[in-house]
Design a binder for this molecule. Structure first.
Ligand code: UDX
Length: 432
């Protein structure tokens, strides 16, 4: 099929490369000339495992093309995915839809024959209706159908998530369009993905409800972990014990720092705005947001306690600062709150992250980037295992720091309490 992806950010580029890999002809278009030039030079502007190889392979085969020319890409496509950003508005908690609406208005002038216009960007309930209204100003309804088809890709595992999704959600009442999308997704359906069609507003809400529900699971287990720490119970046992109930399910019950990234924090907030707009109190989602915000404080207080309330002059190492492994993304990472707090309290922070130095800490006094694990830990008083990158999973703690009494705070429960104790390490973790 002939496809156009508008926006070569995370969603657009991953989906575009994967659609091309399924044999479709894909035009990826973006107004950012630098990004398109980078892609035409066989480079990917952000970090995602396996993506560069996939882009290069499909670019060389001629199935994947990059351009700044929206008109060219639209005219050569039957299915158009809108994948532009929907960041949180600076003045509120809601999603900023200016880029989506701008694209809709451009499309209204460019459509030359029937097009399926799909929002893949995460957009609040009713956005599809607004897009339809914008395009209808210039084009008759028979020339287009606006559909919602949200993405559920996780950073760091996006290609796998695209290829083996649990479900594909499509929001449209148009039977012909639904059939066409079923054909587009046939290779994935054949491998076991559920194809679920509903109306457009339903699909839009499914995306927000999914993310809010997953965020709820994480916050729930993190709060249970707080209780476990006070009652001498191992939270891992609780996760397993409740997760074995199929009605609950074991996934997304891993304890950790506050959840971060570009989706959960943004989408939970935007969902409460929709709730407010429709005069519906989404009190559960609101308390999840509160609980997650509070978590950063809970953890920094714990760090203080581990260091006997003396942060002044202490050397603290962060292993990993990104919000999760296999990404260079810092958005809403708990390290962004924890590190400034610790240096303000008089500590010096050294950090190492496999995805490199972070500009977010450039202006902070007493925060230093190290090129490797060894130099970041050399004289440390406390190692904080913040992100569970693979290379942190088999550390030789005996040789890590010159300070004999250094401590380890494992925010991802990577190591076993028993083994660490047996080896005489001062080891702290979450909920156990
Ligand atoms: C999420 C959704 O999973 C995906 O479906 C959606 O399309 C985009 O948002 P992503 O933000 O890439 O994906 O990462 P995810 O793996 O979901 O993790 C989000 C945050 O939750 C991270 O900070 C992660 O560390 C945390 N998390 C996740 C936990 O603390 N415990 C868990 O069990 C799972």
């Amino acid at each position: 099929m002939k496809i156009c992806m508008i926006g070569v950010g995370y969603v657009g580029l991953v989906s575009g490369a994967c659609f091309a890999d399924l044999g479709n002809s894909v035009w990826c278009v973006d107004k950012d000339e630098g990004k398109i030039e980078t892609l035409n030079n066989n480079q990917v502007p952000f970090f995602e495992p396996g993506l560069e190889e996939l882009v290069v392979k499909n670019y060389n085969s001629g199935r994947l093309k990059f351009t700044n020319n929206l008109s060219l890409a639209v005219k050569n496509s039957d299915i158009i995915f809108i994948c532009v950003g929907t960041p949180t508005r600076r003045d509120s908690r809601s999603a900023d839809l200016q880029y989506v609406f701008k694209v809709a208005s451009q499309l209204s002038k460019l459509i030359n024959k029937f097009k399926i216009i799909i929002t893949k960007s995460t957009v609040p309930v009713g956005t599809g209706d607004k897009i339809e209204k914008i395009i209808s100003k210039k084009k008759k309804k028979k020339y287009f159908e606006v559909v919602s088809n949200p993405e559920f890709l996780r950073e760091g595992e996006a290609i796998r998530d695209f290829r083996f999704p649990d479900r594909i959600v499509v929001g449209t009442k148009n039977k012909k369009v639904k059939k066409k999308l079923e054909v587009l997704y046939q290779p994935l359906i054949k491998k076991g993905a559920n194809f679920f069609a509903t109306n457009r507003r339903g699909a839009e809400l499914i995306k927000y409800a999914s993310n809010a529900f997953l965020a709820t699971k994480i916050s729930f287990i993190n709060e249970i972990a707080n209780l476990c720490e006070k009652t001498g119970i191992n939270v891992e046992d609780v996760s397993l014990g409740i997760g074995l109930d199929k009605r609950i399910g074991g996934r997304f019950l891993r304890v950790g720092p506050s959840y971060g990234g570009s989706c959960f924090p943004k989408d939970t907030r935007a969902l409460t705005v929709t709730g407010d707009e429709y005069k519906t109190d989404l009190s559960i989602v609101k308390s999840v947001i509160k609980s997650n915000d509070k978590r950063r404080l809970v953890l920094t207080q714990r760090v203080k306690k581990i260091l006997s309330n003396k942060l002044k002059g202490k050397l603290i190492t962060f292993l990993g600062v990104t919000f999760k492994p296999n990404t260079d993304d810092m958005r809403q990472s708990s390290s962004l709150k924890m590190i400034p707090f610790l240096v303000k309290s008089g500590a010096k922070v050294f950090y190492y992250d496999p995805s490199g130095k972070k500009k977010e800490f450039d202006k902070l006094k007493n925060v230093f980037y190290c090129d490797d694990i060894a130099s970041s830990c050399q004289n440390t008083d406390l190692v904080i295992l913040h992100t569970d990158w693979e290379e942190f999973k088999a550390l030789d703690f005996k040789k890590l720091s010159k300070r004999k009494k250094f401590k380890i705070y494992d925010l991802r429960n990577i190591y076993s309490v028993e083994t660490m104790k047996k080896n005489g390490f001062k080891y702290y973790s979450i909920g156990r």
